[in-house]
Design a protein around this ligand. Structure first.
Ligand code: HEC
Length: 269
């Protein structure tokens, strides 16, 4: 596993910044560290609480934006979609969050610094989460890793995240690509004409064969596995919301627009 030097630089700087704050306890409702000794905000075993008390204040220092490590964005708009049922990029045989099975969820192994992880214990460089905080995340996963408030049915059906994100530059080929929607997709509409990966070549865009399926336990997230290793080059992940075979949700509401995420596999530096 190769860590881009830019990420390491950020990690080092961030570790200094957060050395005195944010261990998952003692954060107030805004996610700010509380005064030492003051009553800590209740962290409860539901996704919203974990997002507000752990992921947002602690993890998004690094896990945010197109260059988030391993493509894992942990801000509120992306984290659920990119965690639940999505394979780890470091250890692709493990799922980041496997609903019902915390022991087999890579996020828990990373937070605990368990043997078998690739890379470092999280948060990178510490301070690490107290086991009481990790236990709360464990119980959320054990209870099936539900999303606290599924997007209101009234909201327009939309793509909420892709991984790689648009404009991402990846040091190594991703083994899994992710397209996350704000609600469950009609899986009968997932096919090579509705979700596709293209590679830019001198002769124009070339379709890369992929296997497509919903993330286990998270039917709002769609996983694409390229059937061949993606070489160095430029790619486009396209989700068709228009045209002859557009993606739609279970009540046949379409996306209305096509979504494109352009990314580059740069190769090991
Ligand atoms: C200081 C920067 C930094 C912070 C803060 C941080 N991470 Fe990370 N994270 C990284 C880096 C860099 C990697 C890739 C290298 C590694 O794993 O050591 C990574 C990798 C991961 C992975 C592996 C992803 C995969 O698909 O294999 C998980 C899971 C993860 N982090 C979770 C978290 C969580 C949860 C938090 C907050 C509690 C967190 N990280 C906080 C920098 C950070």
């Amino acid at each position: 596993m190769q860590i881009p030097t830019s990420t390491l630089g950020l990690a080092g700087a961030t570790a200094l910044l957060c050395a005195c704050a944010g261990n998952g306890d003692g954060l107030n409702s805004q996610g700010e560290p509380g005064t030492p000794g003051s009553t800590p905000t209740q962290l409860t075993a539901d996704f919203q609480s974990i997002q507000d008390n752990v992921f947002t204040p602690i993890c998004t220092r690094c896990h945010e934006g197109a260059s988030a490590p391993e493509g894992l964005q942990l801000d509120a708009a992306h984290s659920y979609a990119l965690l639940v049922g999505v394979p780890s990029s470091e250890v692709p045989t493990l799922t980041r969050v496997k609903p019902g099975d915390p022991d087999d969820s890579y996020i828990i192994l990373k937070l605990e610094g368990a043997s078998g992880i690739v890379g470092q214990q999280m948060p990178y460089g510490g301070p690490y989460l107290p086991s009481s905080t990790i236990d709360v995340i464990r119980s959320w996963i054990a209870s099936g890793a539900p999303q606290s408030s599924p997007a209101a049915a009234a909201a327009a059906f939309a793509v909420v995240a892709t991984s790689p994100a648009d404009a991402a530059v990846l040091p190594a080929a991703p083994r899994t690509l992710v397209v996350a929607f704000n609600r469950e997709v009609d899986q009968s509409l997932l096919n090579s004409g509705s979700v596709m990966l293209e590679r830019d070549t001198a002769e124009g865009p070339l379709t890369v064969p992929v296997a497509i399926g919903a993330a286990p336990g998270n039917p709002s997230t769609v996983l694409l596995s390229p059937l061949q290793t993606l070489g160095v080059g430029s790619y486009r992940l396209r989700v068709r919301g228009t045209g002859p075979a557009p993606i739609a949700d279970l009540s046949a509401q379409g996306l209305g627009i096509d979504t494109t995420a352009q990314f580059r596999v740069a190769g090991e530096p």
